[in-house]
Design a binder for this molecule. Structure first.
Ligand code: FES
Length: 64
């Protein structure tokens, strides 16, 4: 049986975020819930001002 269309795709971007493709239900640290669709980038460098999401700051901090 092919489950490929049901699989959630996760990609680690070199020097950048974790990219998750699909419909996501994200529970924030404060308990609030957010629904995301398409590609969602999660910060991996720790420098984003929109955590847990990437805001592109990894480029400025030269995250590797
Ligand atoms: S990975 Fe992009 S801001 Fe942290």
């Amino acid at each position: 049986m092919d489950h490929s269309s049901e699989q959630t795709e996760v990609q680690i971007m070199p020097g950048g975020p974790i990219l998750v493709k699909g419909i996501l239900r994200v529970t924030q640290a404060d308990g609030s819930i957010e629904t995301r669709e398409g590609n969602t980038a999660f910060c991996r460098c720790g420098a984003s001002s929109k955590k847990p999401f990437c805001d592109g700051t990894h480029r400025a901090v030269a995250f590797e």
